[in-house]
Design a protein around this ligand. Structure first.
Ligand SMILES: [Zn+2]
Length: 231
């Protein structure tokens, strides 16, 4: 009975690329079957339990597309979305990536759902992405995390123009906790605002930021060196 209810709930719904149209009897192993229409246009009979568990999300065209992932045929805009996804994975998971230390290296990760497949990422983000590129264009659309100390997952990501992003990053990095050490005597100060610290000690904010960003703990400005404090 419970199963029947679940069946009814799924009828008419869409899972992945599949629109679930109608019950279609049972398989030889007595599993419920449903007739589906796939986004690619194909009609197909699939096991309901496989759809419900997320195992089956297309007529089979999804796997074919993933297999061809280097040569996506969805046009340039989707290629760009695919590259955004690939670069997220790279900077979060690949220690050889130049940006890894600012992402994976400081605990910024990608959620399991997005790590698992590009299709999942696309399902979650393509609407926002399409809207953004319509207004600002493909090349000027970049992914941004709302909370800079958290990783890549559906609630924490939006798209922004490059100008917006660098503006937001300046604001966010100015709110990120950092430690200032005076090299001569080892005095330590911990702050949230680079601007205030720079003003108080008459140091160029740009120099401070460059040390934080590029040479934390190494270079000095007016005898101070700086590094991020990760909370
Ligand atoms: Zn299909």
């Amino acid at each position: 009975m419970k199963d029947q209810l679940t069946t009814d709930n799924l009828l008419g719904k869409k899972v992945g690329r599949l629109h679930i149209l109608a019950l279609a009897g049972k398989s030889k192993s007595y599993h419920k079957l449903v007739k589906c229409k796939c986004d690619c246009g194909a009609e197909t009979i699939k096991r309901l339990d496989a759809i419900r568990s997320g195992m089956t999300r297309s007529c089979g065209c999804l796997q074919r597309d993933v297999a061809r992932k280097g040569k996506l045929t969805h046009g340039d805009s989707l290629k760009r979305l695919y590259n955004i996804w690939k670069h997220i994975k790279n900077r979060c998971l690949n220690p050889k990536n130049d940006n890894y230390r600012n992402y994976g290296g400081r605990g910024i990760g990608i959620c399991d759902r997005w790590n698992e497949s590009y299709e999942n990422f696309k399902d979650d983000m393509n609407d926002l992405y399409s809207k953004h590129i319509k207004e600002f264009g493909n090349a000027n659309t970049t992914i941004e995390r709302l909370d800079n100390n958290k990783g890549y997952y559906p609630g924490n990501c939006v798209f922004a123009t490059k100008a917006e992003q660098s503006r937001n990053q300046r604001i966010k990095s100015n709110q990120r906790k950092f430690k200032a050490v005076r090299v001569s005597d080892g005095v330590v100060e911990t702050h949230n605002s680079q601007t205030k610290f720079a003003r108080k000690h008459n140091i160029s904010r740009r120099n401070m930021f460059n040390i934080l960003k590029l040479r934390p703990g190494c270079k000095t400005a007016k005898g101070w060196t700086f590094s991020w404090v990760d909370e």
